[in-house]
Design a protein around this ligand. Structure first.
Ligand code: S3P
Length: 172
């Protein structure tokens, strides 16, 4: 735990709004390892936003890019990786992640997730007539799969980003 380098990549998984990117960045800094975000890598390569990619090329296209990016990142030196909320759902991605990394589920209540995503327009999956209902359905369907992560760390509205990053570090 005192070493600054990881032997394996740490992969943050969990719902939209759980704080994967913010916590990942803070934890990477604490552990002195590179930080990579799979969504950001896809956006940079495509030169389009996630919403534009979904609109123009469809979700299956996005999911293929996501698997490619994860494969590439997990083949690199150990890093702190944050993923999009859907990444851990694909068997193929879970197999890749468990082979080369340690998965950490950032476990947050639906209310907290909703409070974080409700004012944003960046998530194509929530562009539905009833986004709260959509989020709660995704939550119900996905939590059983997130539970398969190697480690689960609870996040709470009273936790700062740094608090959560420290909780993940302590659990590694
Ligand atoms: C998705 C979550 C998003 C992004 C895309 C799909 C999902 O990432 O990958 O909109 O399926 O839950 P965040 O979890 O960072 O919002």
């Amino acid at each position: 735990k005192n070493r600054s380098l990881l032997t394996k990549s740490v992969v943050l998984v969990g719902m939209m709004g759980a704080g994967k990117t913010a916590v990942g960045r803070a934890l990477a800094h604490m552990l002195r390892v590179p930080f990579r975000d799979s969504d950001a890598e896809i956006v940079a390569a495509a030169q389009m936003s996630i919403a534009e990619i979904f609109e123009r090329d469809g979700e299956p296209f996005f999911r293929r890019r996501e698997t490619e990016v994860l494969t590439r990142l997990l083949d690199g030196p150990p890093a702190l990786l944050s993923t999009g909320g859907g990444a851990f759902l694909q068997d193929r991605n879970r197999a890749l992640i468990s082979e080369k990394g340690v998965s950490v589920w950032l476990d947050a209540d639906l209310d907290l997730l909703w409070s974080r995503v409700r004012h944003k327009d960046t998530r194509p999956l929530l562009k539905t007539p009833d986004p709260y209902r959509t989020l709660s359905e995704l939550f119900e369907a996905r939590v059983p799969i997130y539970r398969k992560a190697d480690i689960a760390v609870r996040t709470d509205p009273s936790f700062s980003i740094e608090d959560t990053a420290r909780a993940v570090r302590a659990a590694l």
